[in-house]
Each structure stands twice: as structure tokens, then as C-alpha cells.
Design a protein around this ligand. Structure first.
Ligand code: IMP
Length: 430
């Protein structure tokens, strides 16, 4: 298995970071293929909690080389904070270990200002973005006016950055938003050039050679399937290809690299979503508070990037089956099973009711979920604390039944189950 793809099977925040960390123990290379610092991947190792937004989570393992692919948008300021944090914790983030694609796009202060101004202009119809400048950076990429990593090396880079900021200021002016000072931006970036220069690489070539040489590559997705620009709950999505096929464009790999690939869909034992948009199985009140947690623990359901409380609900099997289809998932990894302990009856959405019809597949994907009512199957819950359990045989029978129902519904096996935030709190199902 030279290539393994880890993808979020829901609306992001599935716990991909710690799952990548688990699989990275056996990988030679870990590579992020989409998104920017809108992502928040947490990994707990002993007493240390690593919160990563840009750098692939697998870098925490000393042996793996990390790549940031061309499908990413990179805010250098955020990147440096993260590199400092990692270096302070003894993680090697030198240029030989952290490679950044020459074709990854830069996020600038003007992109961040535009993201906030666009959201304010949308009013009640806002998307609920993270405000990190993601949409405007990908807009510039599609408009063919973006600035890429390799542009940092050009003699006229600062001049182009100034022009980009002037252009953004015209749009900010129309939106009635404050102006971004081009000289401040140029001063800020002047300091970034020399630090980034040795990290800039031809990822496509390096990764293709590594695969040919038999190296094991773990591709790490950010956000989740339902936030994919083309195949998610549009327009309440992010601006990148979050799904498994995004790997090929976002890392510069040929499709033949997909042969025998393992595609692992990470999925919480329940459903969560941040920001606006449809959520058929959403729950409110006491159950929501119970699933969300209080916010005292870093793994409670509050955004790693923005701190916003996440919306929560029952696991949606219709959307999960869609994730299996659109990603070609070969296995599921279920996280946060421990959170369900103590709930008397668990509900699993197996179909939707639409008018008089009961449907198990959405006619046009998940874009328009209005008018679809979840149809639930109920499963007995369990009272036991599962967080110290490490074997399938130890898990309560009720947990077996719940997980088996999910495997039946999706027609793929559940390979791993996480029962707590620590690195070793995993039940491997052979
Ligand atoms: P953007 O990616 O900041 O443009 O935000 C677009 C939508 O994606 C919003 O609903 C965000 O809350 C959501 N989103 C972006 N990144 C993440 C993530 O890493 N986890 C969960 N939701 C995210």
C-alpha cells in the first residue's frame, strides 16, 4: 500500500489529526493537499497538545518528511507561528523535513480583510467562514491573479504584492471595509522571503520519485467531504477540493498513484458542523450540550481555529454513504466513541423522508437538504466507560451492534475506533 489517503467523511473536525498521527508511525512521507489555516488538527502526545493548522500532523513523528501541496493556500505568518511552536517542542521543521510546493498560493492580509468584509456583506446569508482569507485566496487562484510560493523568489515580488493589495483595497472600498496598508504588507513579507526560500520545492517531482522508490505516502485531507467545493453542501462549503481525488491535483500526482490505495474516511460517532448550512440530524437542548461538552476540554466540540461552539447531531448514514461513494472510501475510522457512553438510546439516520417518499440516496448530492426529514433506526446505548479499552472484545456488545450497523449501512469495514484523545486510545479492528 504505497498511498493512503485520510479524508474527513463529514463536515470537518472528525479528528483527522490524531488519526493521521496514528498512521504516520508507518509512513515515510505525510502530505497535506488542500486548504489552509482554516483547518485545526489536534494531536495529544503525553502531556503535550499540538494544535496544527497548516503543517501536516504527521510531522510530529520524527522520521516522516512533511509536504504542503499545491492545493494549499498558505498564510506565512500562521505557518511561522506553527513552526516555532513545533520547534519549541523539539520537532524538526528544517527545510529538509518541511517541503512546500512552489505552486501553493499565498494568503495575504488583504485576503483576510476581504474574507471578513464579504461575510459582513452577506449579512444573515453568511457562510460562517473562519475569516482566514481562504475564499479570496482561492478566488485569486481561479482568476489567475494569485501569488504563489515560487513568486516569493522573483525580484519584483514585493512590487506585485503591493499591486495585489491596491487591487484588494478597491474591492474593500466598495464593501465599505477598512483599507489595508500596502507598505505594511510589503514590510511584513520582506521578512518572510528568506525564511521560506529553502522550503520551496517541486512536490510533484519529489513525491512521484518517492513513490517509485517504494516509499509510503500518507495524504492528509483538511476539512471534510461535505465541505468540498464541488461535491459538498454548496454554497456552505470551503473553497478547496477536500475529497480524496483532491490528492492528485493538490499534490501533483498522476492518477496511476491511486492503484491499491487505501482511502480511510474519518468519521465521528455522531455528527457535527461549524458555520451555516443544512444539518438534517441536528439536535438541540440537553442532548446537544451532552454531545458538545462544556468547552473545558480541548476535545470538546468547540472550533480549534475559531473557538465557535459546533452544531451537533446524530450520525447521518445517508451522508456517510455519500462520502463512501464520492471518495471511494475503502474503510472507516470512527472517532469519539467514548462520548456516546451513558446515552440510553442511540439514533442512526438510515434514510430521509421527502414528501411521501423514503429515500436512501440524494437525487442531486447533498446541496439542497431542505425538506428532507431523517428516518432513524434506534440502537441501545451502553453505560460503560470505554476510554481504557483497547480491544474489540473489550468493547460493550451494544457498541459492537452500533459499529456493525454502520459497517452494514456503508458496506465498508470500520478499521479503527478512537475512545479518547490520547495517541494510544485506539481500538484496532483487524
Ligand atoms: P472557510 O474555509 O474559512 O472559507 O469556511 C467555509 C466553511 O467551512 C465554514 O462553514 C467553516 O466553518 C467551514 N470550515 C472551514 N474549515 C473547517 C474545518 O477545518 N473544520 C470544520 N469546518 C471548517
Amino acid at each position: 500500500m504505497p498511498l493512503q489517503i485520510i479524508v474527513g467523511a463529514q463536515w470537518g473536525d472528525e479528528g483527522k489529526g490524531r488519526i493521521v498521527d496514528w498512521f504516520a508511525a508507518k509512513a515515510d512521507i505525510v502530505a497535506r493537499y488542500n486548504g489552509g489555516d482554516n483547518a485545526g488538527h489536534s494531536v495529544t502526545v503525553g502531556d503535550t497538545l499540538f494544535k496544527l493548522h497548516l503543517v501536516p500532523s504527521g510531522i510530529i513523528h520524527g522520521h516522516a518528511i512533511a509536504f504542503m501541496g499545491s492545493g494549499m493556500v498558505v498564510n506565512p505568518g500562521s505557518l511561522f507561528k506553527e513552526m516555532d511552536m513545533l520547534a519549541g517542542a523539539g520537532v524538526d521543521v528544517s527545510p529538509k523535513r518541511l517541503r512546500i510546493s512552489h505552486a501553493a498560493h499565498l494568503i495575504t492580509p488583504a485576503h483576510q480583510a476581504l474574507d471578513k468584509a464579504n461575510e459582513a456583506a452577506r449579512g444573515k446569508a453568511n457562510i460562517g467562514t473562519t475569516g482566514r482569507g481562504i475564499g479570496p485566496a482561492y478566488t485569486d487562484k481561479a482568476k489567475r491573479s494569485g501569488l504563489r510560493m515560487a513568486d516569493l523568489l522573483a525580484p519584483d515580488f514585493l512590487e506585485r504584492l503591493g499591486l495585489h493589495t491596491d487591487d484588494a483595497n478597491q474591492q474593500l472600498n466598495l464593501l465599505g471595509a477598512p483599507y489595508v496598508n500596502p507598505s505594511d504588507v510589503m514590510d511584513e513579507y520582506r521578512g518572510y522571503i528568506e525564511i521560506l526560500r529553502p522550503h520551496i520545492a517541486d512536490c510533484s517531482s519529489e513525491l512521484t520519485h518517492a513513490l517509485k522508490a517504494g516509499k509510503r505516502l500518507l495524504a492528509e485531507g483538511a476539512q471534510g467531504t461535505l465541505l468540498d467545493l464541488d461535491h459538498g453542501t454548496y454554497p456552505f462549503v470551503t473553497s478547496s477540493s477536500t475529497i480524496a481525488t483532491g490528492v492528485f491535483v493538490g499534490l501533483g500526482l498522476g492518477v496511476t498513484a491511486a492503484q491499491n490505495a487505501v482511502v480511510s474516511g474519518v468519521c465521528k460517532a455522531f455528527q457535527t458542523r461549524v458555520g451555516s448550512g443544512p444539518f438534517p440530524t441536528e439536535v438541540k437542548d440537553d442532548l446537544a450540550a451532552r454531545l458538545r461538552g462544556t468547552g473545558e476540554n480541548p476535545w470538546d466540540e468547540f472550533g480549534t481555529t475559531t473557538g465557535r461552539p459546533r452544531r451537533v447531531g446524530w450520525l447521518d448514514g445517508v451522508l456517510l454513504r455519500y462520502a463512501v461513494q464520492i471518495n471511494g472510501l475503502t474503510e472507516l475510522v470512527m472517532t469519539k466513541l467514548d462520548i456516546l457512553s451513558g446515552i440510553e438510546t442511540l439514533k442512526l439516520c438510515v434514510a430521509y423522508k421527502h414528501g411521501n417518499k423514503t429515500i436512501t440516496d440524494l437525487p442531486f448530492g447533498p446541496t439542497d437538504l431542505d425538506g428532507y426529514e431523517p428516518v432513524y433506526e434506534e440502537y441501545p446505548g451502553w453505560q460503560e466507560d470505554v476510554s481504557a479499552m483497547r480491544d474489540w472484545g473489550e468493547l460493550p456488545l451494544a457498541a459492537h451492534r452500533y459499529l456493525e450497523a454502520i459497517a452494514r449501512l456503508t458496506d465498508i469495514p470500520v478499521r479503527l475506533v478512537s475512545v479518547g484523545p490520547e495517541r494510544e486510545q485506539i481500538v484496532e479492528i483487524s
